[in-house]
Design a protein around this ligand. Structure first.
Ligand code: C5P
Length: 298
């Protein structure tokens, strides 16, 4: 019997450069217009095909529940959809914080969907993969291609954009997790927007111009700042350390500050009052790097 070695797959996190909430569907999901961008902070997943039919799971973070984990559910979904007889061992080295607004669980699911289809030799057409991704969660379809994308609907409509201007990103996360569901529930009608902030940023990206950093926007941010003092304090800490632009990513609580120069980003990380805050200095990841890193070794 041939010995199967694991394949290491990176699962990159994302930030939302913009996030407009433009309406609500009858089923309660909100309609979004968002520019999403992959960043270098990532989990690492080791995948090994098994002859036996089970999906095995191990993770270095004891808080991750294996039964409901999105990576496991993604593998099960490919297996049942494609009628694959074998199984998969999934080892998840978790570095992206959970419930943080960085799409950590969704990126794991996206990477596992792509890798399982490849390792089980079950090629799927893009619409079929997109459909499976949307069933796993609103942010998962974006992670099939990564890079810079305009994401609409509940998250299932993903239009790849040219790569946005590369940026250094300082991430700051207060020591709390926020439930996406609760953040959307707390949203007020006057937090909704018309999508024009996203449009301004999309237009600039399409014409390969610098990102207008002062137009970055997140409709979920005012509600979270109103109700969560830890996020307001983290924002004050970043602004106090000299970050010119600070925005929340997704449903929070992680905040990001974008920089064109590493020296400016590093100065902010040094000056930041880090009490009760986790911090990362990372960068944006373009689409070509994203897809070649996921496919490497398969
Ligand atoms: O799709 P996902 O499981 O990530 O969504 C978690 C929750 O966030 C949903 O149950 C819904 O309450 C809320 N949500 C929303 N509109 C979206 C995405 C998520 O209201 N576009």
């Amino acid at each position: 019997m041939a010995v199967r070695y694991p394949v290491f797959v990176p699962a990159y996190a994302k930030i939302n450069l913009t996030l407009d909430v433009v309406g609500k569907r009858d089923d309660g999901f909100h309609l979004l217009r968002s520019v999403m961008q992959t960043i270098a902070l990532h989990d690492t997943i080791a995948l090994t095909p098994l002859e036996s039919p089970e999906i095995m799971f191990a993770c270095d973070n004891p808080d991750i529940d294996d039964g409901q984990n999105l990576a496991v559910r993604a593998a099960r979904l490919v297996r049942s959809t494609m009628g694959v007889p074998g199984g998969m061992s999934i080892e998840l080295h978790k570095r992206t914080p959970v419930q943080a607004g960085l799409g950590g669980g969704s990126s794991d699911a996206g990477a596992v969907l792509l890798a399982c289809a490849e390792l089980w030799r079950s090629p799927m057409l893009a619409p079929q993969l997109g459909d499976l991704a949307a069933r796993l969660g609103s942010d998962v379809p974006f992670f099939l291609a990564g890079g810079t994308a305009l994401v609409e609907g509940r998250g299932e409509r993903v239009e790849a954009l040219p790569d946005a201007e590369p940026l250094w990103i300082v991430l700051v996360k207060p020591d709390i997790g926020l439930s996406t569901k609760r953040v959307f529930e707390a949203l007020r009608r006057d937090d909704w927007s018309d999508g024009s902030r996203t449009q301004i940023v999309v237009d600039r990206i399409r014409t390969a111009e610098p990102i207008p950093l002062d137009e970055l926007f997140n409709a979920l941010e005012p509600g979270v700042l109103r109700t969560t003092p830890e996020v307001a304090r983290a924002r004050d800490a970043l602004l106090g350390a000299g970050a010119p632009v600070v925005r929340m990513s997704g449903s929070g609580p992680t905040l990001f500050a974008p920089f064109r120069g590493l020296a400016e980003a590093a100065a902010v990380t040094r000056l930041l009052d880090k009490r009760d805050l986790a911090m990362w200095l990372t960068r944006t990841v373009p689409r070509s790097e994203y897809s070649s890193a996921i496919r490497q070794g398969m």
